[in-house]
Structure formats: C-alpha cells, structure tokens
Ligand binder design. Structure first.
Ligand code: PMP
Length: 353
C-alpha cells in the first residue's frame, strides 16, 4: 500500500462500528430506541418520488426551518451528511494543511480520523480524572499552529458536560481568531438547567461554532443529517468545502418532518432521562465511579475489565461498546433493554466479569 496513498494515513486509526447481531439488544450506538418520529416515514416515502432529481443544493427549506427553530439567521446554518461529515468539513475550512486541532480525549472516537481526513493534526488533551474536559490544559495546548479547538458537550462516551462558568471562561480565554467548535450531539438529553446551551449563550461570538445532529434525540441516525451554526463568514467558508448535495433529498424531507414532531421528541427524551437516572443508580451498585451523564449513554470506568465485561454482556445477548483498558459505554435503551443489561451484568453483589 505504501506510496499510493498519503503516508500520514498509515498512522490514523480506522473508525469502525461493527454490525450488531439482529437478535441482540443493542446498547452500543447511542441511538434512540423508539423508531422514527411520527410523520418521518411518510415524508421520506413522498420524497422518494423525486430521487431521480438532484436535491435542493442549499437545502433551503430545511435550513430555514432550523434557523427559525434555533433563532439564528439562515446564512449561519450549514447542513450536512451527519455532524461527523460537518466536523471533517470544519477541519478542512479551518485547519487543513496540517493545522492543529485541539480536542479532549477520551472523546468521540471518530475525532482523530475526521481530523486527519480533513487534513488537520489531532492534538488530544487527556480529560481530568473526574472525566471533565481539562480546559486549562486545552488552553495551554493552543499555539500559533492551532486551527481549531473542538469541545464535546456533553462528552461521548462519558456523558460528562462542561459547566456554565467553565465554558464562559474558556471562550473568553481562547484567542478570538481561533474557531472553537462545540459538538452538542447530545444536547437534547441535557435536563440540568445549570448546564450551558452554547448556541443560546455564546452563539453571538464570531469564533464559536455549534455542531448538532439529528441522529440522536431526533431519531434520524440512518438518514445522515447534521447541522452547524456559525458566524456567517465561517459558515460561507464551510459551505465551500462541503461535498456537493450531501444533504440528500430524503434527509431534507426527514429533517423537516422530525422538526415538526418536536413535542414527541421531547417526550421520548424525558422517558430516556428517567431511565438514565434509574440505570445510573442500578449500575452504580455494581461499578464504582460512574460519572453523572447528561447524554443518552453511561460510562462504566472498569479499566482492564472492559473487554471481559462487554463479552459477558454479548454472551447474554446485549451489545455494549468496550474501550479496551478504559471502560465500557452503554446506551440508555428502553426499560426492557436496560433490564436486559442489568440481568446480563448479574446481581449488584456479583463482581462483573
Ligand atoms: N459527535 C458526537 C459526540 C457523537 O457521539 C457522534 C455520533 N456518535 C457524532 C458527532 C456524529 O454523529 P452523526 O454523524 O450521526 O451526526
């Protein structure tokens, strides 16, 4: 292989999400378990009649609906094929050519891959022992070579969020010519009003970009739709590097239908937040040190026991996501799925694995 492709890619890990056996309870991919929101299948079915045509390149109707929903000017909104794609586009627009991208670690496992794909250099900054972003260290990692800073709030895989004063102080301290992107893929699952809403509270800062996805709470993981809100000039630059037509016709229709079903989305999130509390209590009786999660997943910091614990769950028909030597991430599922997980782990007194 050497010689035919970019040498730096040899060192980049692959981001691979394995197929889940059909019969398994899947608590490994941070999706919402209740099916598409009402109106979405019909809207997608209608849109299939026009799939021989290119979609609206600017996704005008969807962009306008997002802009109205989030109270921003439409020119500040960029849609794409999931927020993963938008992260890569943002790297291309801010840090291509080897610019450094400072991000927390452990965080979303695709970051190093997306950063490399966008032509940037990943600068991972270890999280604090309590799993918070180490914002002081991240600030210290910002150099003249930095093109982008990426925060994950709440963080995947831990669900740990950034506090309101911490975020404000960090944004005040970062040089204003450096873009700070806050990945809020899990924002809809935040129920604690003390936590900051970056868009509402810091969206006016020219260097702040907020990344959101319709894959999680909005239930559209399979259709690939995300968006970002940025300063109009930053948004225009990102639009130049977006893969043309990547917000496809079905995604545009699905996104509009999902936004119309927001009350049902909120109801589902409330169910999952209650299950998150229940599962946190039940799992904390079995595993020490589970951090308070504000996302639809929980982090079990079991270290070297991660693979054994995941295998034990798999043998009992429950798929979870292990990170070798670090821990296990479990997605909050339906009550039945969460019970299946608790059964798989065994009684509270038993040592898992
Ligand atoms: N950001 C975070 C923090 C995530 O966890 C994920 C998906 N797991 C994404 C972005 C990407 O989501 P999508 O591409 O489906 O919008």
């Amino acid at each position: 292989m050497t010689g035919l492709t970019r040498a730096d890619l040899d060192a980049v890990p692959s981001y691979i999400v394995h197929r889940i056996p059909e019969r398994h309870v899947n608590l490994s991919t941070n999706e919402v378990p209740f099916g598409p929101l009402p109106g979405v299948p019909e809207a997608v079915a209608d849109a299939t009649a026009r799939v021989h045509r290119y979609p609206d390149m600017a996704a005008t109707e969807l962009r306008d609906a997002l802009a109205a929903r989030y109270r921003v000017a439409p020119e500040r909104v960029v849609t794409g094929a999931g927020s993963a794609a938008l992260i890569e586009h943002l790297v291309r627009a801010t840090a291509a050519g080897g610019g450094e991208v400072v991000h927390a670690w452990r965080s979303f496992e695709a970051y190093p891959v997306l950063i490399a794909a966008g032509g940037g250099r990943s600068v991972p900054v270890p999280c604090l022992p309590d799993h918070r972003h180490d914002l002081d260290a991240m600030l210290a990692a910002v150099t003249p070579a930095t093109g982008l800073v990426l925060l994950c709030h709440p963080n995947n895989p831990t669900g740990v969020a950034i506090s309101r004063p911490e975020l404000a102080a960090f944004l005040d301290a970062v040089p204003p010519h450096i873009v700070v992107a806050v990945d809020e893929a899990y924002r809809e699952f935040v129920t604690d009003p003390r936590l900051p809403d970056t868009l509402a509270e810091h969206g006016h800062r020219r260097n702040v970009v907020v990344l959101r996805t319709l894959s999680k709470a909005w239930g559209l993981a399979g259709i690939r739709l995300g968006f970002l809100v940025a300063d109009a000039q930053v948004a225009a630059a990102v639009r130049k590097v977006v893969t043309p037509f990547s917000t496809n016709a079905l995604a545009q229709a699905a996104g509009l239908a999902a936004l119309r079903a927001e009350p049902e989305m909120r109801r589902r999130v409330r169910v999952l937040a209650a299950e998150r509390d229940r599962l946190t209590d039940a799992l904390s009786a079995r595993v020490d040190g589970i951090p308070r999660s504000h996302a639809n997943c929980l982090w079990l910091p079991v270290g070297e026991r991660a693979l054994v614990l995941a295998r034990r769950c798999a043998e009992r028909g429950v798929t979870v996501r292990p990170f070798a030597g670090e821990g296990v991430r479990v997605t909050i599922g339906t009550r039945e799925a969460n019970d299946a997980l608790l059964d798989a782990l065994g009684p509270a007194s038993a040592e898992p694995g």
